[in-house]
Design a protein around this ligand. Structure first.
Ligand SMILES: Cc1ncc(COP(=O)(O)O)c(C=O)c1O
Ligand SMILES: N[C@@H](CCCC[NH3+])C(=O)O
Length: 442
C-alpha cells in the first residue's frame, strides 16, 4: 500500500485525510465523495511563495482555478496570498462571489467573449492575458469606448514541445493558444498594443503544457522569450515588468511518476531568468507563475463504494464503483493513471489484480487498469488518490449522474464545501413539453 499526499491510517484502521476518518465521512456525505486535505494545499502554496522569497524575487503565484474552482477553494487561495488565474466568466464570477481581491485576478482564454471582457473591465481585474490579434483588437476597441485602461500580458507560444500527453501540450508552434514568438506575430502584437493609450503591456506570458517532469522546457521557453524581449528592448524600447511562465509542474499520480519538487522548478526557472536578464539590457521583471495541479492535485482523494464485479476468465476481473468518468474524466480523456486503496481496510494484504470500472454506459469508462488490491466487494470503499486537480472541475452529468459532494478536511475537522447534486438539480433547467412555449412564431 502506498499513500499519497498526507493520507494516513488511523487507529480504527481506516484511511484518514486531514485528520478525518474517510469512512465516517462517507457515512455522513455518501459517495462518490471528493475529500481535500486543506493543510497540504496550504503547504504547497507556502512552498511556492517561500521559494520566491528565498530567491529574493518579486513574484506572484497565481492559482490556476480551472484545476478546481469553488467559493471555498478561492477563499483558501486568498488566505494563502495567492493570485488567481481564471479562464471564463464563470470562473471570474466564482472568484467575485468569493470576494477575491480583483487586482490579483488574471484573465486567460483563447476566445474571451465581449461580455467576458466587459465583465473583467467592470471588476477592474489585475490583468488580461491577451491571446490573439482578434482579441487584442476587440479589447482595444472596448477599452477605447469605455475610456478605461487595462493591464495586459501577451500570451506567446515559444515553439517548445514539452514532454507530456499531446492533449495537454500548449507551447508548440501549432497551438490554438497565443501569439507565435518566433515568426514575428508576438512583436507585431506588442507594437499594436503599445500603440494604444488604453492598453498597458506588463509583459509576456507563456504556458508550455501540463504535468511536466523536467525543467528543460521551461528553461528553453525562458531563453527564447528573453532573447526576443532583449531584441525588442532595442527595437521598440520595451521593458517588461512581468514575465509569466505559466504552470504545468508535474505531480506523482502513481509510483511510476517522478516529478521534481515544486521548489526545484521555481528555483531553476528563476536562476535561468536572472542569468539571462543579467546578460541583457533588461531590468529583472517580476516572475509570475500559475500552478494548478501542483497546488491541489495530490491534496484530493475520491471515495467510491465498490459495487458489482465481473470476471472475464483468464483475462481480468472488473470491479465497478459508483462513479467514474462523470466525476473523473481524465482516464478516458488522457489515459491518465491513478493509484487506489481500500479506505476501509488499507492495511490488508494485496490478494489480486483487478480493473476498476466506472458506472457510465461507455466501455472507455475505466478508472484504473490492473490495480493490486485485497479481495474487494460490496461494502468496501475505494479511495483513488491525487484527484484534486481537473477532477471535480471536469465532472459532468453524463448518464444524468449527479455531481459528487466535496469536503475540506483540516486538523480533524471536516467541512462540506460543495453539496452533492440532487436529482432535482439535474432537471431544474428542463422544461416539460407542455411548459415549453413555441419561441419561433408570433
Ligand atoms: C494558461 C494556463 N496556466 C496554468 C495552467 C495550469 O496548469 P497546471 O495545472 O498543469 O499547473 C494551465 C493548464 O494547463 C493553463 O492553460
Ligand atoms: N485538464 C488537463 C490539463 C489541461 C489544463 C489546461 N491547459 C488535465 O486534467 O490534466
Amino acid at each position: 500500500m502506498h499513500l499519497y499526499g498526507t493520507g494516513g491510517v488511523n487507529e480504527r484502521g481506516h484511511l484518514e485525510i486531514g485528520g478525518v476518518d474517510t469512512i465516517e465521512l462517507i457515512e455522513q456525505f455518501g459517495t462518490p465523495l471528493y475529500v481535500y486535505d486543506v493543510e497540504l494545499i496550504r503547504e504547497r502554496a507556502r512552498g511556492f511563495k517561500r521559494t520566491f522569497e528565498e530567491l529574493g524575487v518579486t513574484a506572484q503565484v497565481a492559482y490556476a482555478s480551472k484545476a478546481f474552482s469553488s467559493i471555498a477553494m478561492i477563499q483558501l487561495a486568498e488566505q494563502e496570498g495567492l493570485s488567481l488565474d481564471v479562464v471564463s466568466a464563470g470562473e471570474l464570477y466564482t472568484a467575485i462571489k468569493a470576494n477575491f481581491p480583483t487586482e490579483r485576478i488574471h484573465f486567460h482564454g483563447n476566445n474571451k467573449s465581449e461580455e467576458e471582457l466587459h465583465m473583467a473591465l467592470d471588476y477592474d481585474i489585475g490583468c488580461i492575458v491577451v491571446d490573439n490579434f482578434s482579441e487584442l483588437t476587440l479589447l482595444e476597441e472596448i477599452c477605447t469606448n469605455r475610456e478605461q485602461k487595462v493591464k495586459i500580458l501577451l500570451r506567446v507560444t515559444p515553439g517548445i514541445e514539452a514532454h507530456t500527453h499531446d492533449y495537454i501540450l500548449t507551447g508548440q508552434e501549432d497551438s490554438k493558444f497565443g501569439f507565435d514568438l518566433i515568426n514575428g506575430q508576438a512583436e507585431a502584437a506588442l507594437r499594436q498594443a503599445l500603440h494604444s493609450e488604453f492598453l498597458e503591456v506588463l509583459g509576456l506570458h507563456c504556458h508550455i503544457g501540463s504535468q511536466i517532469f523536467q525543467t528543460t522546457g521551461f528553461l528553453l521557453a525562458a531563453q527564447k522569450i528573453i532573447g526576443k524581449l532583449s531584441d525588442w528592448h532595442g527595437s521598440v524600447g520595451f521593458q517588461p515588468q512581468v514575465l509569466n511562465l505559466g504552470g504545468g509542474f508535474g505531480i506523482r499520480y502513481t509510483q511510476e511518476d517522478d516529478p521534481l519538487p515544486a521548489s526545484q522548478y521555481v528555483e531553476e526557472i528563476v536562476r535561468e531568468v536572472q542569468n539571462l536578464i543579467a546578460d541583457s539590457d533588461l531590468v529583472m521583471p517580476e516572475i509570475w507563475i500559475e500552478p494548478g495541479r501542483s497546488l491541489v492535485g495530490d491534496a484530493g482523494v475520491t471515495l467510491y463504494k465498490v459495487g458489482s464485479e465481473k470476471e472475464v476468465p483468464n483475462v481480468r476481473k472488473y470491479i465497478a464503483v459508483d462513479g467514474g468518468m462523470s466525476d473523473n474524466i481524465r482516464p478516458a480523456l488522457y489515459e491518465a493513471k491513478y493509484d487506489a486503496i481500500l479506505a476501509n481496510r488499507p492495511l490488508d494484504p494485496v490478494e489480486e489484480t483487478v480493473s476498476i470500472a466506472g458506472k457510465c454506459c461507455e466501455s472507455g469508462d475505466m478508472l484504473i487498469w490492473d490495480l493490486p488490491l485485497p479481495k474487494a466487494g460490496r461494502g468496501d470503499v475505494l479511495a483513488v488518490f491525487c484527484t484534486g486537480a481537473y477532477g471535480y472541475s471536469m465532472s459532468n452529468n453524463y448518464n444524468r449522474i449527479p455531481r459528487p459532494a466535496v469536503v475540506f478536511a483540516e486538523k480533524g475537522e471536516a467541512r462540506l464545501v460543495i453539496k452533492r447534486e440532487t436529482y432535482e438539480d439535474l432537471i431544474h433547467l428542463d422544461l416539460a413539453l407542455h411548459e415549453a412555449a413555441v419561441v419561433n412564431k408570433e
